[in-house]
Design a protein. Structure first.
Length: 209
């Protein structure tokens, strides 16, 4: 069974409160989502392998560690996932970014793919799938399916807020994918929105209705 990591760092929780606030405007919302994604990335990338190297400091030689050439990829689920990419890429600028476009049919609540563009060497990379909200889990599960069908193996899912139903769905469909979230909320409402959540993340990021 995959693990669920709830990140309770004070900075993450403080910024998440501001993100939830309905009075927070689009500009500040975007900035906060990016900041929280950056903070979450520290924990997500905690297990990156290291190797020894030697550098010359102004005083002498130092034995140090660097990331051991690990190939990484960040895969936002369009469109809301775009808000998390810049924060993560600031920590790992060499990571490649792919995009998966999925929307949820408002009648069936099932995911529909409309776009997929991925790095050609996706099978060689550890991938981070990002989407602010893990609601029904349908879109995240479908995105992970698409990646696996194209040869991806090491995948993690990173979301700001999750509903228990979404976590259960991803764990059921992909028990090899660890889930990283800043909060697990109460439930889904009849429209498939997380309660209390933060509303529609895409609309709030891009100022649309």
């Amino acid at each position: 069974m995959s693990k669920v990591h709830v990140m309770d760092h004070p900075l993450i929780q403080h910024k998440l409160t501001l993100i939830r606030n309905k009075e927070t405007g689009a500009k500040e919302f975007r900035e906060l989502v990016e900041e929280v994604a950056l903070l979450m990335a520290y924990e997500v990338y905690r297990d990156l392998p290291l190797e020894e190297t030697e550098v010359d400091t102004p005083i002498g030689k130092a034995s140090c560690k660097v990331i051991a050439g690990k190939k990484l990829g960040i895969i936002p689920i369009l469109r809301a996932g775009l808000g998390m990419v810049d924060g993560m890429i600031k920590l790992i600028p060499a990571a490649k970014v792919g995009h998966i476009g999925i929307y949820r049919d408002p009648e069936t609540l099932q995911p529909v793919e409309y776009y997929c563009k991925l790095p050609t060497d996706i099978h060689e990379r550890d991938l981070i799938v990002v989407d602010p909200m893990l609601a029904t889990g349908g879109s995240a599960s479908a995105a992970i399916d698409f990646l696996k069908q194209r040869g991806a193996k090491g995948i993690k899912l990173v979301c700001l807020i999750a509903a228990p139903e979404g976590i259960e769905r991803v764990q059921k469909d992909h028990d090899d994918v660890d889930i990283f979230v800043a909060a697990v909320d109460e439930r889904l409402n009849d429209h498939g929105y997380i309660v209390p959540g933060l509303g529609d993340a895409g609309d709030r990021l891009f100022g649309t209705k």
